[in-house]
Design a protein around this ligand. Structure first.
Ligand code: UD1
Length: 427
């Protein structure tokens, strides 16, 4: 398995291009199941999670075409065309679902389009138990009969799904997306209260509207959907990846330098930008995206993860790497996932001073981290180790790079182009 080798201490200077958001692209791809016409998605990042979902969709009968050289407005994202002319198989098998939890996003669309779906339960995962009860309860409210059997969710509905009022106990991103997609083909009106407001949910809703869906309240915590008999195809440009952009912003902050993040969706990064400002990092919006200048040691600043528009849990590990070298002590509180501190042990091996108590980590900044061999068990934890490696004295080797490849396209090339001493060591 490949690893990433970093020699720390080199400031980042230059421009990094931000690609389309993985977490927007995945539900958008699943939305192709809702129509027999072609859905064309541009600005698709080249990531293993995208490939995994493409395999699953192909298994359901979706014809998929990819144009690797497409360029739009300077963005080198790929264009994916998906056509679910006919659903040939309604089972999402364990082998594919266990690789990526977002596979659960085919459940709502399959059920809405053909009245049945059998999807493997995603099961436990490294960052917490992550149940799917809200997806299941919501679909049951829409009239589905659901059985949990042999590790599978077996869902079916006689006739069409029926619109209903659903209140989510927590603003789950995935449950909101699954129910939103299902409701577009339901009979009558659906109201989703306490809906997630993440920009990726908004991007999905906008695409569904372009496909002919009637959706009110986009961007708010209450979505009102009036179901249609059928949806049509459309073309949609995937929103820029705020988590990729945020990760590179934190990279510039931790190692210093001056970086422009072209294509960074600045308005959706407000919580991070405020945080960086309180840590003494200079951030400004530019016509192309964001400019981040890290000069000197960051100042310790507390952070608490929250659903959007709060500080994203997907940037918590990277913020912790920054605080590990900050001047002072910061409390980092994780409220979204119960077990998202696996990076702590590895950061400690690099010399960080971190104590965890329940959902809070006390990070006492040290003068310098030291390079080490590290590995992480999830995607964002892995990127926090890359950031720590950029700032550390000596050599860091981050193992299990497949986690990074799930969510960051060519991370080592992008950082190397800005002056970092970083490369991939193939195995
Ligand atoms: C999505 C993102 C992930 C991000 C997360 C929170 C994708 C592909 N992934 O994941 O990167 O970290 O949002 O912003 O978009 N929960 C339940 N029952 C459910 C559903 C969720 O208890 O039925 C819990 C989860 O265990 C977790 C919390 O709700 O503690 C948030 O999960 P959710 O918002 O659903 O995250 P995902 O959609 O899985």
């Amino acid at each position: 398995m490949d690893s990433i080798r970093i020699r720390g201490g080199r400031p980042l200077e230059g421009e990094i291009e931000i690609f389309g958001a993985k977490n927007a692209a995945l539900p958008l791809m699943a939305a192709s199941l809702l129509t027999e016409e072609t859905l064309t998605l541009s600005n698709i990042p080249h990531l293993t999670d995208i490939t995994t979902l493409a395999h699953l969709l192909a298994q359901h009968g979706v014809e998929i075409g990819m144009d690797g050289n497409a360029r739009r407005g300077g963005n080198a994202g790929r264009v994916l065309s998906l056509r679910a002319r006919e659903i040939t198989d309604t089972t999402a098998p364990y082998e594919l679902v266990c690789r990526m939890r977002a596979s659960i996003l085919v459940l709502g669309p399959l059920l809405a389009r053909v009245g049945q779906a059998t999807v493997s339960l995603p099961g436990g995962c490294a960052i917490g138990t992550r149940p799917v009860d809200m997806h299941i309860d919501g679909l049951a409210r829409l009239g589905a009969e659901i059985l949990l059997e042999d590790g599978y969710i077996r869902a079916r509905v006689r006739g069409r799904l029926r619109g209903a009022e659903i209140r989510l106990p927590f603003a789950s991103v995935g449950a909101t997306e699954n129910l939103l997609m299902a409701a577009t083909l339901a009979d009558g009106e659906t109201v989703i209260r306490n809906a997630a407001r993440e920009p990726e949910v908004v991007d999905l809703a906008l695409c569904l509207k372009a496909m002919g869906a009637e959706i009110g309240g986009i961007g708010s915590d209450e979505l009102v959907i009036r179901g249609k008999e059928a949806l049509s195809g459309t073309e949609h440009d995937v929103v820029g990846d705020r988590i990729e952009a945020g990760t590179y912003a934190l990279a510039a902050a931790i190692v210093g330098g001056d970086v422009e993040l072209a294509g960074a969706p600045a308005p959706s990064l407000r919580a991070l930008l405020d945080y960086l400002a309180s840590a003494g990092v200079a951030v400004s919006e530019t016509p192309r995206g964001l400019r981040v200048r890290g000069n000197g040691r960051p100042v310790a600043a507390d952070v608490t993860t929250q659903p959007y528009p709060g500080f994203p849990t997907d940037l918590q590990a990277q913020a912790m790497a920054l605080m590990a070298v900050a001047d002072g002590a910061a409390v980092i509180t994780e409220t979204i996932f119960e077990n998202r501190f696996m990076h702590v042990q590895e950061l400690r091996r690099m010399g960080a001073d971190i104590t965890v108590r329940g959902p809070a980590a006390l990070v006492r900044g040290v003068d310098a981290l030291t390079g080490a061999q590290v590995m992480a068990t999830d995607l964002r934890a892995s990127s926090s180790l890359v950031l720590a490696g950029l700032a550390a004295e000596g050599e860091t080797v981050v193992h299990r790079v497949y986690h990074l490849d799930r969510g960051y396209e060519r991370i080592e090339d992008k950082l190397a182009a800005c002056g970092a001493e970083i490369d991939r060591v193939p195995h």
